[in-house]
Design a protein around this ligand. Structure first.
Ligand code: ADP
Ligand code: AMP
Length: 219
């Protein structure tokens, strides 16, 4: 049976950082809706242009477009053993669509690590984030600096600051999270799959706490 992990948490909680690490450890693909939108934007596709009109304001891309994009991604052969989802679902409608699509793939949402971090810290993390142009590797100028400023440790590509990590947009993204995504915490808690993780610890400690609650893959 495939294994699906859904990383939940506010923007800046550390979902992408941890999803990259645990997807490697579990041998599952990392499926980040934000990364896929940014890839479309880089390639100047119609979807990329549409998504950017919402992303640049810190708003959510409409459900129908986002759901169709993730459905296509999870249907690809590299996701046959499952996936670590990061940034999806973000609304109750996306969560229902995910349950339906995973059922069709012979699986379900197995575990939802909810990474908790207080709001002030989220702002510090996002406004200091540097992202790798080639593969979306994530750094922080103070908390997780690259060996050489402006250069990705993993692939040598340029690091840039996302335009939606500017302070004003960050505040809106956190508001959108509280209004539209936070209800998923109760939804997954009631389904019995939510596990709370203290995100206000070192990156290594958060990874260790996550690995302790993740299911062995392929069982
Ligand atoms: P998300 O995907 O939830 O938006 P990221 O993984 O991109 O969050 O992390 C946001 C920022 O915080 C990045 O700059 C990252 O380097 C930094 N960060 C991630 N985890 C931690 C941590 N445990 N302690 C300090 N900084 C962190
Ligand atoms: P992220 O990379 O997860 O921080 O996402 C960046 C931006 O992409 C968000 O602020 C949204 O505008 C958009 N986005 C990413 N995932 C979703 C989603 N599941 N639903 C709607 N919009 C999304």
């Amino acid at each position: 049976m495939p294994t699906y992990v859904v990383m939940l948490g506010a923007p800046g909680a550390g979902k992408g950082t941890q999803a990259k690490l645990i997807s490697e450890r579990l041998g599952l693909p990392h499926v980040s809706s934000g990364d896929i939108f940014r890839e479309h934007l880089k390639n100047k596709t119609e979807l990329g242009k549409l998504a950017d009109s919402f992303m640049s304001k810190g708003e959510l891309v409409p459900d129908d477009v986002t759901i169709a994009m993730i459905r296509e991604r999870l249907g690809r052969s590299d996701c046959s053993t499952g996936a670590v989802l990061d940034g999806f679902p973000r609304t109750p409608a996306q969560a229902s669509a995910l349950a339906e699509m995973l059922g069709g793939l012979g699986g379900k949402v197995d575990v939802v690590p909810f990474i908790k971090v207080e709001e002030q810290e989220l702002v510090r993390r996002l406004t200091g984030r540097w992202t790798c142009r080639a593969n979306g590797h994530i750094f922080h100028e103070t908390f997780n600096p690259p060996r050489q400023a402006g250069v990705c440790d993993h692939d040598g590509s340029e690091l840039y600051q996302r335009s939606d990590d500017e302070a004003e947009t960050v505040v809106n993204r956190i508001r959108v999270y509280v209004e539209q995504t936070a209800p998923l915490v109760a939804f997954y808690r009631e389904s019995g799959v939510l596990v709370e993780i203290n995100g206000a610890q070192s990156i290594d400690q958060v990874t260790a706490d996550l690995l302790a609650v993740l299911p062995p893959v392929g069982e």
